[in-house]
Design a protein around this ligand. Structure first.
Ligand code: 5GP
Ligand code: MN
Length: 328
């Protein structure tokens, strides 16, 4: 079997112009991994750009290189040719928004990801579903390339790890992960700065929005489902943006008996982005797949349209049946 890591190193060594991208609704793993790849490629003397179809949330702007991220429009104006498209932390091409068109233009598509439902859409696919973060795969690539992380690379990678492990709460900080974190800190990453920005650095509008979501929090003790929602009106009245709802879904699992937390975010009239989180043995990925989405066993999402009462009932009914079915 071909060694995908080695194949990616070969592509990285041979080509000279790269575009790196990640999924819409970007998180610290997507952005951290993309920036780490950007810094790695530049260390190799390559021309690289990070292109993202969306706006980088303000709480990730502490990341080195985040100001250099180009929007889809900015890159389209520049029209710089590229040979390789690197897609990171993204299970399928549709998730990169309008950047999806670049897949046809690129000579090579490199796919680096840790989602179990990855579609293997690249010419080279370094996909490890068991990995706690895509950023750890970028760390492995840096090792394979014999490039010791500098402070920028270390900060980017550690942000990915911190985000997707929920600050080492969702993945056990075992000896291996501890050794990687130790090396990244020794290379100049500040764990406390990263933790602060990923989990606490939130504007007033975001906290007002959180209080609304918590006000709507309900819990069904029979199936262990916690649920919250935010309407467009909530966003308007709080003066909040979509990025201000980051992390809201996690609060449902604060309830000791909760097995699943579900959060409905109205992103356009009667259009909801639904986030799912679960604890222990309950797998939310089949639930997300049922509604046309994807993700991981413990964190997944999808979009659904319709009036809130019927959307809510449909999702909760499906969840209840699945959760109760799984505990038999
Ligand atoms: P979140 O709820 O934070 O938006 O997403 C949780 C996880 O589910 C992430 O790994 C994210 O990539 C994935 N995810 C969220 N929404 C979708 C979706 O609509 N489609 C797919 N394929 N994955 C999604
Ligand atoms: Mn990830």
């Amino acid at each position: 079997m071909r060694d995908e890591k080695k194949e990616i190193c070969r592509i990285f060594s041979e080509a000279s112009h790269f575009v790196v991208t990640s999924h819409q609704n970007i998180d610290g793993d997507g952005l951290g991994s993309a920036l780490a790849l950007y810094f790695l490629l530049r260390r190799m003397g390559k021309r690289a750009r990070v292109v993202y179809d969306g706006r980088v949330p303000y709480f990730y702007r502490f990341l080195p290189g985040s100001a250099q991220v180009l929007s889809f429009e900015e890159f389209s104006v520049e029209k710089e040719p590229f040979e390789v498209l690197v897609v990171v932390d993204c299970s399928n091409p549709a998730r990169v928004g309008r950047v999806e068109g670049f897949l046809k233009e690129a000579r090579y598509v490199v796919n680096i990801d840790h989602h179990p439902d990855n579609a293997f859409f690249g010419h080279a696919n370094f996909v490890v579903p068991g990995s706690p973060a895509s950023a750890l795969l970028v760390y492995e690539l840096a090792r394979e390339l014999h490039i010791p992380p500098d402070a920028d690379i270390a900060t980017s990678i550690l942000t990915g790890i911190v985000t997707d492990t929920g600050g080492f709460q969702f993945a056990e900080l075992n000896q291996n992960l501890f050794a990687v974190v130790g090396e990244l800190v020794a290379s100049g990453a500040s764990l406390s700065t990263i933790m602060y920005h990923v989990f606490r650095f939130r504007r007033l509008e975001a906290l007002k929005l959180l209080s609304r979501a918590l006000h709507h929090l309900t819990f069904d003790p029979v199936c262990g489902c916690a649920s919250m929602h935010l309407t467009q009106e909530d966003f308007r009245e709080c003066g909040a943006q979509e990025e201000d709802a980051e992390g809201v879904v996690d609060y449902g699992l604060y309830i000791p008996e909760a097995r699943v937390s579900v959060f409905f975010k109205e992103i356009a009239p009667n259009t909801y982005k639904v986030s799912l989180r679960s604890r222990d043995d309950f797998d939310v990925l089949p639930v997300a797949h049922h509604f046309g989405g994807g993700g991981h066993q413990r964190a997944a999402g999808f979009k659904i349209t319709g009036p809130f009462p019927s959307v809510y009932r449909e999702v909760l009914d499906f969840l209840r049946t699945t959760v109760l079915g799984s505990s038999k």
